[in-house]
Design a protein around this ligand. Structure first.
Ligand SMILES: [Zn+2]
Length: 322
């Protein structure tokens, strides 16, 4: 039997999935992302996981698709200067191809997810599909007029760094001020909660106390809100407003027919998606697209990566044919 392999390289974990040539996920395995070692340690680990999934990948695997944390050098298929992985630079395409002698394609993780949404997800049959992840970070991928947008180095649509606030209260992990990701991503929600708590004049609730300490987690924020904590409710509403403004900016830039939301913050809090849908209207100039929670769930990048391998976009083939 012949297969393709999809790989999701995240900042903390790597998932490797074995798929049939009709795109069905057969088996998947998860491992921690190496934080030290040589620049081929990640690729080596991926290869060993592929061997665990199928004994003779050189014979049976037709192609490998990788969706990875960025930024990337798309011509080489390497990760270059990833801010969220200690091992900032590592090779993917060349060492995987060398070890397996199998065509390997590497794209940004949200770009892979957008391709998955377009080919087999909620965007099937549509020509203009955008995927946005609300997770540890905030990212985006776009298929416009049936064309997967990549950019000169493969790092198009860094929408997490769209400026949504210029009060100077919110600093992004990248150092910039007022970035969407710097306010509303999972990594930055604790800091945003602390900023809002210092300004809060309402009742001193449990969530308020935890936020003031700077240690409240995103899960706790949503949990407190579900228990009618007034400060948590204010904070979640603030985050939904920021996310709606960000989503509206994406709609204004790409004019998609469908905008799919994924990532842990969206997937674990479907009410956040409903709330964004309600708030987005007042910020858009373009006709509103359909707004959905991705049906691909936690597998969005993995499935997208498998579709990058199975149904490779022609512009990517051209860039990574070597
Ligand atoms: Zn930023």
């Amino acid at each position: 039997m012949k297969y393709v392999v999809g790989v999701d390289v995240g900042a903390t974990k790597i998932r490797v999935g074995l798929f049939t040539l009709s795109g069905e996920l057969l088996r998947a395995t998860t491992t921690s992302t190496p934080q030290e070692g040589s620049d081929t340690v990640v690729a080596g680990l991926i290869v060993s996981k592929i061997f665990e999934l199928t004994p003779d990948p050189r014979r049976d695997v037709v192609a490998v698709g990788v969706g990875t944390v960025g930024p990337i050098d798309i011509r080489r298929g390497d990760v270059v200067g990833a801010p969220n992985v200690k091992l900032r630079n590592f090779k993917l395409k060349a060492p995987i191809e060398e070890a397996l002698r199998v065509r390997t394609y590497v794209v940004n993780d949200c770009v892979a997810a957008a391709w998955g949404e377009y080919t087999v997800g909620a965007g099937r049959g549509l020509s203009n599909v955008v995927y946005v992840t609300l997770s540890t970070g905030i990212g985006c991928g776009a298929v416009i007029e049936d064309h997967l947008l990549l950019g000169k180095d493969g790092n198009a649509h860094e929408v997490g760094h769209i400026v949504l606030d210029y009060s100077g209260r919110f600093t992004c992990g990248c150092g910039g001020l007022g970035h969407w990701e710097g306010i509303a991503s999972g990594a930055n929600i604790p800091k945003t909660a602390a900023v809002l708590a210092r300004e809060w004049r309402g009742p001193e609730t449990e969530a308020y106390g935890r936020a003031l300490e700077g240690s409240i987690t995103p899960e706790e924020v949503f949990d407190y809100q579900s228990r009618a904590d007034a400060f948590a409710d204010y904070l979640v509403n603030f985050l939904a407003e920021v996310n709606a403004a960000g989503v509206a900016s994406v709609v204004n830039v790409y004019d998609p027919e469908l905008l799919s939301l994924g990532g842990s913050i969206a997937l674990r809090n479907p009410k956040m998606v409903e709330s964004i849908a309600k708030k987005v209207r007042k910020y858009v100039v373009n006709r509103l697209p359909e707004l959905v929670l991705t049906p691909l769930g936690e597998n969005a990048v993995l499935v997208g990566a498998s579709m990058i391998a199975l149904n490779t976009p022609p512009n990517l083939v051209k860039l990574q044919k070597g």
